[in-house]
Design a protein around this ligand. Structure first.
Ligand SMILES: Cc1cc2nc3c(=O)[nH]c(=O)nc-3n(C[C@H](O)[C@H](O)[C@H](O)COP(=O)(O)OP(=O)(O)OC[C@H]3O[C@@H](n4cnc5c(N)ncnc54)[C@H](O)[C@@H]3O)c2cc1C
Length: 432
């Protein structure tokens, strides 16, 4: 039996590797249209910022390693052009036909450029691939630009801002609205705006960029979001969901039997709303890929969904979020109650690190059921840990009064006796 995987990064390679672990006898071929496989887009901003020294460090595996260690054939410069499911064939760009019994589509996403005019100019960049990052780094080194504009207030835009500031550029962040990180959350927006100001970044909201020429900067980074690569799937008769990404079941199977999809090209169930969502992230792509690979190899595994957990560093400030922001919860029909607290991350008497460090926590709940719906954590320390706790609670559909009783660790070097999460939960309990 032959498994063909289209796409050789997070979702595609997770699928291929998992399928191999389940069935040693499968014939597995991965098709990747680019020159590289298994590289970490997540590291690109840190290559620009100087925390990652070489682009080679971002590449985890080579096709040779996959062949040698896993008996998986990985073909680069092999672009799938057509999926002909009635014949169980993938047709490559050059006309070569590859038969499959099972197929995993892991074609990822590309920058959503939204028809901006003038983006072909030499000082305009996206930050999605290794070659994007190489070109941007070379431009910075060779041309020594002094000013930069970043278009888009999502996490890629914010990471690009930090990376460009690290190179000494004067940066302007341009966003069509003040919905930082697509969340429409006043607490989050205010904290991020203040941090940007502190770092001398101009934040211009309410500006829809239609022409690059209207932005007089030495360098422009377009970070205007992602668009799922669904075209060959859609042309092949695969159903696209209302989010614009490929619709899949919990087993990552599409409407065509034996054809699976995973990663940034597919949608996932949002476990708080129960509805399909498109939240393309590496962590999700890996999990979806594993399940798609397992099921394609004949196992019965499932991927229940996501709660939308994301963390980003904005000029040194940690910002984590999960579930729904108050406005999002309201538009999903919940009776929203929320609270924002600020509390120290250690007892005041313990001064070994930074004596007075504080973290800001926002928790969101449903008044009717008392269920926790989301949270935001902002601070310099402990952000990932705390936002992951909230994410865990969302997965378990925990109520606020249960959350307020969680048994968290306490010792002065690590946390205060009342963890900020517990303080926020108690505050929210009072409001419910
Ligand atoms: C700058 C940046 C920072 C990020 N930071 C984070 C982070 O901190 N945390 C996080 O969770 N996520 C992060 N992400 C997102 C994460 O990188 C993606 O979610 C992840 O790479 C998705 O993996 P994927 O395999 O679904 O798709 P991709 O990584 O997009 O891979 C898809 C592959 O399929 C290939 N392909 C497409 N069409 C075809 C075809 N027709 N034939 C053959 N091959 C094809 C493409 O060339 C590509 O190599 C970041 C992304 C970017 C751009």
């Amino acid at each position: 039996m032959r498994l063909v995987v289209i796409g050789g990064v997070a979702a595609g390679l997770s699928a291929a590797a998992r399928a191999r672990r389940i069935d040693k006898s499968l014939d597995i071929t991965v098709l990747e249209k680019g020159d590289w496989i298994s590289w970490a887009a997540c590291g690109l901003p840190y290559y620009i910022g100087g925390q990652t020294k070489s682009l080679d460090d971002l590449v985890r595996y080579t096709p040779e390693q996959f062949a040698r260690e896993r008996n998986i054939t990985v073909r680069t410069r092999a672009e799938a052009a057509v999926i002909a499911h009635s014949r169980r064939e993938v047709v490559l760009n050059g006309g070569e036909k590859i038969h499959y019994d099972r197929l995993v589509i892991a074609t990822g996403a590309r920058p959503a450029l939204g028809g901006i005019e003038g983006i072909e100019q030499k000082h305009i960049f996206t930050l999605n691939t290794l070659s994007d990052a190489r070109r941007l780094r070379e431009f910075i080194c060779a041309r020594r630009p002094r000013t930069a504009a970043v278009i888009g207030g999502g996490y890629v835009g914010l990471e690009a801002v930090e990376a460009l500031r690290a190179n000494g550029l004067k940066v302007t962040l341009i966003s069509k609205d003040s919905r930082i990180l697509g969340r429409g959350d006043a607490t989050l927006t205010n904290a991020v705006t203040a941090q940007l100001e502190r770092f001398g970044v101009e934040f211009r909201t309410g500006t829809i960029v239609r022409k690059i020429d209207s932005i007089p900067h030495d360098l422009v980074v377009l970070a205007t979001g992602f668009k799922p690569n669904i075209e060959i799937a859609a042309d092949g008769g695969i159903e696209i969901g209302r989010t614009g990404a490929i619709r899949v079941t919990e087993r990552m199977e599409t409407n065509l039997s034996g054809v699976f999809a995973a990663g940034d090209c597919a949608e996932a169930t949002h476990l708080v709303t129960g509805r399909a969502a498109y939240i393309p992230l590496g962590t999700t792509a890996n999990k979806m890929g594993r399940v798609a690979g397992a099921c394609a190899a004949g196992a019965r595994e499932s991927f229940p969904g996501v709660v939308g957990t994301l963390i980003v560093r904005v000029c040194g400030l940690g910002v984590g979020m999960t579930g729904l922001a108050p406005g999002q919860a309201k538009s999903e029909g919940f009776d929203v109650v929320s609270t924002v607290i600020e509390a120290p991350v250690r007892p005041g008497y313990y001064t070994e690190y930074h004596g007075s460090q504080k973290t800001q926590i926002e928790l969101v709940a449903d008044r009717k059921t008392g269920r926790l719906l989301g949270g935001t954590v902002i601070g310099d320390e402990g952000v990932a840990g705390r936002v992951n706790v909230i994410a865990t609670a969302l997965h378990a559909r925990i109520k606020v009064d249960e959350f307020a009783q969680f048994d968290f660790a306490y010792a002065p070097p690590f946390a205060p006796v009342w963890d900020p999460l517990l303080i926020a939960a108690q505050q929210l309990e009072k409001l419910l």
